[in-house]
Design a protein around this ligand. Structure first.
Ligand code: TPP
Ligand code: SF4
Length: 286
């Protein structure tokens, strides 16, 4: 397959020229082509924001819902049909702000989905307010004296909750991003990829050059199964590591734990609804 197999020729891409989202889109198409995933087997789920528009620009099935609420439909879609590849696409505000509670509990549930979070450290769509990952002293039209809160650390939180796959990528490095995306999609269980992404219009501090100068890749001998070490690496600031921090291949997934799949593997959506049983259940609760 080729990346262009995922093109939508009539899509009207509304991102600014130079936006890191464009590189993420390109890397994702290349990843899916390399993995030979057919568009009909893919479901992209997103909330609201610039990042949340990505599914409108790539071939596949889409559920575009409420701001911060994408992980619940993503979990449900995977539970209804475990044969699908489900990719949740969010921004840092969408996932770690409005969606923070969903983020935490989805990690606990561990559905076999991939969660790509475009982290531009700002609210892009609503024109530049601070997000949970904005750095201290970042000035915005609302935070005129600069942000005085500590930034939220998604990787450390995810590792603390024993998320089964935790990685960080940089949109400007396509080759490495593709490798990280491939590992995340191939991973069985919830996979978080926080992606540093420049917003050229509303974040003039954390620019493409800034991300280049303030990031480096984890060493080749980094052991992603060492959770304590992964946590320690995730708390590094100043210079931010990129790569796969943590992976726990032994956790069972949300779908595997559902009793409906214990004796019968047929996806839920293919099963016949027994209306008599449903009626009896409803009646029993009256
Ligand atoms: C519950 C709710 N709160 C706020 C908004 C307004 N809103 C829409 S997009 C957005 C910010 C998006 O920022 P982010 O998630 O970081 O994504 P980006 O646009 O930067 O990719 C906000 C606050 C909303 N639509 N719904
Ligand atoms: S506002 Fe920022 S995040 Fe949105 S399209 Fe423009 S550069 Fe990208």
């Amino acid at each position: 397959m080729k990346p262009r197999d995922f093109d939508l020729p009539d899509a009207d891409v509304a991102w600014c020229p130079g936006c890191g989202n464009l590189s993420i889109l390109r890397s994702l198409k290349a990843t899916l082509a390399e993995l030979e995933i057919q568009p009909e087997n893919l479901v992209f789920v997103s909330g609201i924001g610039q990042a949340g528009k990505l599914p409108h620009y790539i071939k596949g099935n889409v559920f575009n819902g409420l701001h911060g609420r994408s992980l619940s439909p993503a979990t449900a879609i995977k539970a209804a049909n475990p044969d699908l590849i489900v990719i949740d696409v969010s921004g840092d505000g969408c996932m770690y702000g409005e969606g923070g509670n969903h983020f935490m509990h989805t990690i606990r549930r561990n559905p076999d989905i991939t969660n790509l979070v475009h982290n531009n450290m700002v609210y892009g769509l609503t024109k530049g307010q601070a997000s949970p990952t904005s750095q201290r002293d970042f000035n915005t039209p609302l935070q005129v004296d600069g942000v005085f809160l500590e930034p939220f650390n998604p990787l450390a939180v995810a590792i603390a909750l024993d998320a089964s796959f935790v990685a960080r990528a940089f949109s400007g490095d396509r080759k490495q991003s593709i490798e990280i995306f491939k590992a995340a999609i191939n991973h069985k269980g919830y996979a978080l990829v926080d992606i540093f992404q420049p917003c050229v219009s509303f974040n003039k501090v954390n620019t493409r050059d800034w991300f280049r100068e303030h990031t480096y890749y984890l060493e080749d001998d980094h052991d992603p199964q060492d959770r304590n070490l992964a946590f320690q690496r995730a708390t590094e600031t100043g210079e931010y590591p990129l790569g796969i921090f943590y992976q726990n291949p032994d956790k069972s997934t949300f779908e595997e734990n559902l009793t409906v799949y214990r004796d019968e593997k047929t996806p839920l959506y293919q099963r016949k609804l027994d209306k008599d049983k449903l009626r009896a259940l409803v009646e029993s609760k009256r």
